[in-house]
Design a protein around this ligand. Structure first.
Ligand code: IMP
Length: 179
């Protein structure tokens, strides 16, 4: 197994997560929020982020996948788990690990379905944003870091199921396929 080259170390991630948590806490201090993590990649970011949020917070998850075992998007999005929480009248924050082409967020219609379910508002927070790879327009309200045009792993992000447990975000030396 290759050892990924460090892109963002654990301290840098923790500092940025604290900043995001403070910003989100201020924005939702009056209303509270429902945080909906997109599994599996967001699980570590979400766990750290919610502990930095001081506003009342309910945590839920959805599961969808657009990637098989390669580094290239298949363009197919499967929703495999819907949220359990009734979002009617609630302020929802979708939490993603990384927004790459944007297909997963767009094609899942997650934000639209939450709005249709009566959510008072729907925003998106992503740890990493790879704008250079965007294929469809998606609006991001909170962004941790801009990522380079490389395949990154660690801190929840995987390659073929591996590397999620790395405490840092690293660049994987692999064939990164262009769409
Ligand atoms: P999108 O649909 O192309 O925006 O891709 C979103 C999903 O693809 C993310 O939630 C990740 O699971 C996966 N993904 C995209 N780029 C990377 C990467 O560099 N490393 C690991 N996973 C990635």
């Amino acid at each position: 197994m290759d050892v990924p080259e460090v892109l963002l170390d654990a301290d840098r991630i923790a500092r940025r997560v604290r900043e995001l948590g403070a910003e989100i806490s201020a924005d939702y201090s009056e209303t509270g929020l429902v945080v909906i993590g997109v599994l599996k990649g967001s699980f570590i970011f979400l766990a750290d982020l919610v502990r930095e949020i001081t506003a009342p917070v309910i945590v839920d998850f959805v599961s969808m996948s657009s990637y098989g075992s390669s580094t290239c998007s298949s363009g197919i999005v499967r929703v495999t788990k819907d949220p359990d929480v009734d979002v009617e009248g609630k302020h929802v924050l979708i939490v993603e690990d990384i927004v790459d082409t944007g297909w997963t967020l767009k094609m899942s219609c997650l934000a639209e379905n939450l709005q249709a379910g009566g959510a008072a508002s729907v925003r998106v927070c992503t740890l990493l944003d790879k704008p250079c790879r965007r294929k469809v327009d998606v609006h991001l309200d909170y962004v941790g870091f801009e990522a380079p045009n490389e395949f990154v792993v660690g801190y929840g992000l995987d390659f073929d199921g591996l590397y999620r447990n790395l405490p840092y975000i690293g660049v994987l030396n692999c064939e990164y396929q262009e769409d």
